[in-house]
Write a protein that binds this ligand. Structure first.
Ligand SMILES: [Zn+2]
Length: 206
């Protein structure tokens, strides 16, 4: 089954406090109604059947189709707590780690269990979400990137990860938005994320 990241992104519209300033397409839409999902936290996933050889970097913010207007909008980063609560309540989607702007790292689904976070590659990968608008403008603070490097080094030790196994969500999903075929649906973590620098640091010999 293809994970529906758009569905997740739409859920993030609810309670995203700083989103108004971040909307990129001119439509300010707060009247989104999201059907209540499972009330329990999704902290477990199905067992893995594939070897882990990939980490996928995401940002919590990004483009989505507004359910009310059918127009593309940009959803801001939101808070770590809100994002974790929403994804853990989601019946099908999940992530393994989320890192806040101040470097606080929180685990969600255990790494030895599968979380649906990217089309086609979830079975072999670990998901790391960075709290960020994902728009190429919102900066990634040093504390957040330091925590990401530390986590990647740990994952590298646990799973024998190779440098080219660390991918951005935008590297893996080139699909277009259902509501605007001229726009990519996944551009996270965005151009403000210093991918090569992170790889250099994470794969430098100790
Ligand atoms: Zn993503």
């Amino acid at each position: 089954m293809a994970p529906r990241r758009d569905e997740l992104d739409a859920r993030r519209l609810v309670g995203a406090p700083a989103m108004n300033a971040r909307l990129r397409f001119g439509a300010v839409v707060m009247a989104l109604v999201v059907a209540a999902g499972a009330a329990h936290a999704l902290r477990t996933g199905p067992p893995r059947t594939e070897r882990i050889d990939m980490v996928v970097i995401h940002s919590t913010g990004g483009p989505t189709c507004d359910l009310r207007t059918g127009l593309p909008i940009w959803v801001g980063a939101g808070t770590l707590e809100d994002n974790l609560r929403q994804i853990e309540a989601h019946p099908t989607l999940g992530i393994h780690h989320m890192i806040d702007r101040d470097g606080t790292a929180r685990a969600s689904v255990p790494e030895d269990q599968l979380a649906h976070h990217v089309f086609r590659y979830s079975g072999r990968s670990i998901a790391i979400e960075l709290v960020n608008d994902g728009d190429g403008i919102d900066p990634f603070p040093a504390a957040q990137l330091d925590a990401l490097v530390a986590l990647l080094r740990e994952i590298r030790q646990r799973h024998g990860l190779a440098r080219d196994g660390v991918r951005r969500h935008s590297d893996l999903d080139a699909g277009s938005m259902a509501c605007d075929r001229s726009r990519r649906r996944k551009v996270d973590p965005g151009t403000a994320y210093p991918h090569e620098t992170i790889l250099d640091r994470a794969f430098r010999s100790p």
